[in-house]
Design a protein around this ligand. Structure first.
Ligand SMILES: Cc1ncc(COP(=O)(O)O)c(C=O)c1O
Length: 459
């Protein structure tokens, strides 16, 4: 069955994990020579030939009954379900893992971003610089604070914000840069931190896809004032729903804590003695059993990241040889990548004009789940609707809400092109072995060799 190109990651993972139930994650490297030679063989599956890939892919999320259930059951049976010691332990372990002084767990990645921004003092009248190639949560988090997102074009080779273009977008209203380490490929933090220092800007890192990613062995999420993570179900460390903020700044983290707990006093957020709640906070606390699941998942993260790394590097080396397949580049100094997604760019000119949608359909038919990923975030209706909202009209002068001017200023042509060319493979696929990666490369090679026939049949 054909899956729409822009099926959301969550739907994809749901579907993919069902297809993969019972699949074992083979960790050993298989023979590759034979596999590499099989690319020519046979009629493409989309034209009625045999699929290259018939085995299920590693399922997601993983759960080891024997190893993982003890703490969850103990937590359940304790009757202490609201935030307490297990959440604290998860926070301690995540801070330690990332190399940060403090961590606060919150209900999801989106709210980790909102909390981090609001407690950094971002609000109405401010501009926050973000990339347009990211999940919608990055942009709506900025709008939720009352600030306006300003988009800087993507570097299509790294898929990250093009740090060389940030300074041109800075205005007197710019208060923060929120780089996203998309797919767990680190953004160019060396350059971004230098720009932030020069212009006195706050940096909040959206590391919601970047668990354990590093630049010069320093984990992303620790470069700016705060780093934000997501542990939603498709993520490399899945809890169902959960998020976290890390920072070395105690006072800031006390404010984040207070905000996530109705605005009640916490640590240095003491307010007047006996005066009660000190800020208009909200409630973002996670439960004890979410934290218990997180502690179990955390044990696998490092080893799985190493496997994804190996698979990605091998797959990149194989598909990089196929004309019309453009592989990614990493920013300078990157020492580790999370590989939440394995992306490549597809050039239809080298595939006899076979469109990306047709290519994805053919790849799917070969048993390789893939899709086209994001559409441009700087062109969606939520922006105009925010400008038309009551709150924005109260916060901004009419000329600041000139939507046409805003759109003009926020053109990101390279990102537009990237959104047309990208093809994504999900992280769980990278948990396979070399022969699994060969299946992917062989499928792409087969499509390349038969592109003309496929195009004629599908057009
Ligand atoms: C880059 C990015 N930012 C923010 C989020 C929001 O995280 P959550 O879904 O946990 O709210 C996500 C999650 O998909 C993401 O990928």
């Amino acid at each position: 069955m054909k899956r729409p190109v822009n099926l959301s990651r969550r739907e994809f993972v749901k579907k993919n994990s069902l297809a993969g139930i019972g699949a074992a994650v083979a960790l050993s490297a298989g023979p590759t020579i034979l596999a590499e030679c099989s690319a020519d063989a046979g009629v493409p599956a989309v034209l009625g030939g045999e699929k290259i890939r018939t085995k299920p892919w590693p399922s997601w999320p993983e759960w080891d009954q024997a190893a993982d259930e003890e703490l969850v059951l103990k937590t359940l049976r304790s009757g202490i379900w609201s935030r307490a010691k297990v959440v604290e332990e998860f926070e301690r372990k995540w801070a330690e893992t990332i190399g940060s002084k403090r961590c606060l767990a919150v209900v999801n990645g989106t709210n980790s971003l909102i909390t981090a921004l609001v407690q950094a003092g971002i609000g109405g009248g401010d501009e926050v610089i973000i990339p347009p190639y990211t999940f919608i949560a990055t942009a709506i988090a900025v709008l939720q604070t009352g600030a306006i997102p300003v988009f800087v074009d993507t570097d299509p080779e790294t898929y990250q914000i093009d740090a060389r273009k940030i300074e041109a977008k800075i205005t007197p209203r710019t208060r923060a840069i929120m780089p996203v380490h998309l797919f767990g490929f680190p953004a160019d933090m060396t350059r971004i931190m230098a720009i932030a220092k020069k212009h006195n800007l706050i940096v909040i890192e959206d590391a919601c896809q970047a668990w354990l990613a590093e630049i010069n062995h320093k984990k992303v999420g620790t470069f700016g004032l705060a780093g934000c993570f997501s542990f939603q179900n498709s993520k490399n460390i899945p809890i169902g729903e959960c998020g976290a903020i890390v920072s070395d700044d105690d006072e800031y983290m006390d404010r984040c804590y207070s905000y996530h707990n109705y605005g009640n006093p916490y640590g240095t957020v003491i307010g007047e003695v006996g005066a009660g709640t000190v800020m208009a906070g909200t409630k973002l606390r996670i439960t004890e059993y979410q934290a218990a699941i997180g502690l179990a998942q955390l044990k696998r993260l490092d080893a799985q990241t190493t496997i994804r790394h190996k698979s990605a590097e091998y797959l990149k080396s194989r598909i990089g040889r196929i004309p019309g397949i453009l592989t990614y580049k990493l920013n300078p100094g990157v020492t580790r990548v999370s590989y939440h997604i394995f992306p490549f760019r597809y050039r239809k000119q080298e595939f006899r004009g076979l469109s990306r949608e047709q290519f994805i359909r053919a790849l799917e038919a070969e048993g390789i789940p893939s899709w086209g990923g994001y559409t441009p975030l700087n062109k969606m209706p939520y922006l105009k609707n925010a400008f038309l909202s009551k709150n924005f009209k109260l916060m901004y002068q009419p000329e600041m809400l000139d939507y046409d001017k805003y759109m003009e200023r926020n053109q990101c042509p390279l990102n537009d092109q990237l959104c047309e060319e990208a093809v994504w493979l999900m992280q769980n696929i990278l948990l396979g072995d070399r022969s699994d990666m060969d299946d992917i490369a062989n499928a792409i090679e087969r499509i390349h060799k038969n592109a003309e026939k496929i195009k004629n049949a599908l057009s």
